[in-house]
Design a protein around this ligand. Structure first.
Ligand SMILES: C[S@@+](CC[C@H](N)C(=O)[O-])C[C@H]1O[C@@H](n2cnc3c(N)ncnc32)[C@H](O)[C@@H]1O
Length: 295
């Protein structure tokens, strides 16, 4: 064994030029492969955001970290099929004497899943008040990273469906990952535009907007599209921080009074059908669509 090692060392010393050449070749081939993988990964990302690619499928990944991640279930696909030729009207900054709040940036997503949320907002009571049935078709409008979507998906069960809509792909990617980890596949993730949630028409039993409506930069168009998406008995439910209540520790721009909500939704063809007043911070308002839209 020792003799063999000695011969091997002697061979390396005698043929050191050849040995160096061999090492250099291994290094160059390795680098080349690595470079190709990076370029491919970049091309996939570019494709996912290009106009031709409609569904964002998760990448398998090429680094050891990615490979580890790919052993987890794949994130759900995201429907990104926005027709880029559609002209979106300019965003409003004000609607019916209310200043419209800016979109909450996806960097703030951890706040939406903070540990104190249940205690502060009593989210479980909110969910119970919705009276969701197994098999229902729901929409979590402005789903963010999916705090409510995952619960709703469990509530409707395998025969039901939850459309999860947001205008920030980053929020949808976080939700896609979380839904897969929780093994929930009855969720359809949709990238909406600020004026169109891209929902199927006449199919949805309940559209839920938790802390979302006051951010709509195109409230009239959004309400029209939501109205079209609802089934005949479908309901639109708004949870908004109470604007009348100075005790609710949220900036006024992110709160709404009941009167303001009604002043905006009723002219858009909705009728207040039910109010739930037992949440600590929020109004929970149930609207039905009028069959004939007011002129
Ligand atoms: C404050 S977050 C609430 C997220 C989630 N509903 C929750 O309670 O955890 C508001 C979300 O609404 C989304 N949003 C704003 N305007 C929207 C629109 N026109 N269509 C869909 N989502 C919208 C934002 O991108 C953001 O993720």
């Amino acid at each position: 064994m020792k003799t063999n090692l000695f011969f091997l060392l002697q061979l390396i010393v005698q043929q050191r030029n050849l040995f160096c050449l061999f090492c250099a070749t291994v290094l160059v081939v390795g680098l080349h492969e690595r470079l190709c993988n990076t370029v491919n990964a970049q091309a996939t990302t570019a494709d996912a955001t290009s106009e031709e690619t409609n569904i964002e499928e998760p990448d398998e990944g090429s680094t050891p970290d990615d490979r580890l991640a790919s052993e987890r279930p794949k994130p759900l696909p995201i429907d990104m099929k926005i027709d880029r030729r559609t002209v979106i009207p300019p965003a409003l900054t004000e609607f019916r004497n209310r200043e419209i709040a800016q979109t909450m940036h996806y960097a703030g997503a951890p706040w939406l899943v903070r540990e104190s949320r249940q205690r502060e907002e009593d989210c479980r009571t909110l969910l119970e008040a919705l009276k969701v049935q197994s098999g229902d078709v729901l929409c979590d409008m402005g789903c963010g990273n999916g705090f409510y979507t995952l619960e709703l998906a469990r509530m409707v069960g395998p025969k039901g469906l939850v459309y999860a809509v947001d205008i920030q792909p980053e929020m949808l990617r976080m939700l896609a990952r979380r839904a897969a980890d929780e093994k929930l596949d009855n969720i359809r993730l949709i990238l909406g535009t600020p004026a169109d949630p891209r929902l199927p028409q006449g199919k949805i039993d309940l559209v839920l907007c938790v802390d979302v409506y006051h951010e709509f930069s195109h409230p009239e168009q959004m309400l029209d599209r939501v109205r079209e998406s609802l089934s005949e008995k479908g309901r639109l439910v708004l949870a908004e921080f109470r604007g009348e209540d100075p005790e609710v520790p949220i900036k006024p721009l992110h709160k709404m009074t009941k009167a303001q909500v009604r002043a905006e939704l009723e002219p858009a063809g909705f009728m207040l059908a039910e109010e739930f007043d037992r949440l600590p911070w929020q109004h929970l308002l149930f609207f039905q669509k009028l069959l004939v839209q007011p002129q």
